[in-house]
Design a protein around this ligand. Structure first.
Ligand SMILES: C[S@@+](CC[C@H](N)C(=O)[O-])C[C@H]1O[C@@H](n2cnc3c(N)ncnc32)[C@H](O)[C@@H]1O
Length: 390
């Protein structure tokens, strides 16, 4: 054993610490999920991950010194970025890699809530979309039995390294490269389907490949930040119904087909008006999923500054509408709009409705899939139901 290699006792203690941390935050950590975390080491799946250093991401290994700090980091409730702009942390230059995170090991508390909701029983046929590091797949193997787990990712290097790490951990689920949007028809029907990347609407293939009575757990999110995890039961006749977990979830999106490019709007110099709400409302995780439901799915948000002051831009590339929301130092918030629609008015109306309903939590919303499509509903105290198409 080298100096950097932690002792088995230290590793066991690290897993116990992680489970205690998860337990302190989750509303319902079942003993089966706790047992899976206790028996599944995380560090073999993330031997190297990225740390943020200014505008770049720098790879970090246990052998880089500070082995204890590294281990505490791995066994804490943190997401660990393992791929940036398609470059695995293990292949990154030591000076760092710039670009967006393209794969990460999810925050354990969020993983635990999702696995609890998935309610996997030994022998269940499980499909995971988004293999990433393979750590969640390892937990699924513990819960369902490795021979019953199929996990998919769309990039070859991720699939190859996750497969190897799972095998080195004594687990041999089926790890495949593929576009998760198509599911895995060859392995269907599944008792459980879990996605660890977000979608605005559930792909039809997942609904078709889940058996009636089966469970689908999937993060729903558009181009804005706030997402929510839906937990649906597949019903007869192609229908599904369920609710949302309390946990905020901003998963990276399922990438399917050609990359979408979001053009930056040109100068926004249309009519200007005052608004009562700051652009920061979109950072409020209690509101940000609600606002998703009120905006066209194509609206993109960008951060920025006007004269050194906080501002954001909303832009819909489909019709060219854009709104610049500027928090001025004197406390006034100004909106400048351009294009055929006032996008900020949609946010203002959503905010007013949300406050009028006494700020509903995301777990009070329900989701339905039927012949009419996919929708989210909220039943207010007076029995009136609001419904939004996804
Ligand atoms: C948050 S990471 C997954 C975390 C993973 N479950 C773990 O335990 O490490 C999201 C993953 O979704 C994958 N992904 C994105 N689009 C995909 C697609 N169309 N098909 C399959 N996987 C996809 C990404 O490559 C990334 O690895």
């Amino acid at each position: 054993m080298t100096e950097q290699e932690p002792t088995p006792q230290r590793l066991l203690q690290a897993r116990v610490d992680l489970v205690s941390e998860i337990d302190r935050g989750s509303s319902a950590l079942s003993s089966r999920v706790a047992e899976a975390f206790l028996n599944t080491p995380r560090h073999p799946f993330v031997p190297v991950f990225y740390r943020r250093a200014g505008s770049t991401h720098v790879p970090w290994r246990i052998t880089d010194g500070a082995a204890d700090e590294w281990l505490r980091h791995v066994y804490s409730d943190r997401a660990l970025v393992t791929e940036v702009d398609g470059v695995l942390a293990g292949d990154a230059p030591s000076a760092g890699q710039a670009g967006p995170a393209t794969s990460s090991s999810t925050m354990p508390r969020l993983m635990a809530d999702m696995l609890d909701a998935l309610d996997v029983q030994l022998g269940d046929r499980v499909l995971e979309i988004g293999t990433g590091s393979g750590y969640n797949a390892a937990l699924l193997c513990h819960l369902a039995g490795a021979e019953n787990v199929i996990t998919l990712d769309h990039t070859e290097p991720l699939v190859v390294s996750a497969r190897r790490r799972l095998r080195e951990s004594g687990l041999e689920p089926t790890v495949l490269r593929g576009d998760g949007a198509a599911g895995q028809a060859g392995g269907a029907p599944f008792d459980r389907i879990i996605a660890t990347c977000s979608v605005r609407r559930i792909p039809q293939a997942w609904l078709d490949q889940c058996r009636p009575g089966g469970v689908i757990v999937v993060p729903i999110k558009g181009t804005l930040d706030g997402g929510a995890v839906a937990c649906l039961t597949k019903l007869g006749g192609g229908q599904a119904a369920g609710h949302f977990l309390h946990t905020p979830a901003a998963f990276m999106p399922l990438k399917s087909g050609p990359e979408e490019a979001f053009p930056v709007p040109g100068r926004i110099d249309g009519p200007q008006r005052a608004t009562r709400i700051s652009g920061r409302v979109l950072d409020d995780y209690r509101f940000s999923f609600w606002v998703h439901l009120h905006l066209p799915p194509t609206v993109v948000r960008q951060g920025g500054q006007v004269d050194g002051e906080h501002s954001i831009t909303l832009h819909d590339p489909v019709d060219g509408s854009a709104a610049l929301i500027h928090d001025r130092a004197d406390g006034q918030v100004m909106v400048t709009i351009t294009g055929p629609r006032d996008l900020w008015q949609l946010v203002e109306a959503a905010h007013e409705q949300w406050r009028g309903h006494h700020r509903p939590r995301r777990e009070w919303l329900t989701m339905n899939v039927d012949g009419g499509g996919q929708s989210v509903s909220y039943r207010a105290a007076d029995g009136i139901v609001s419904r939004w198409a996804l």
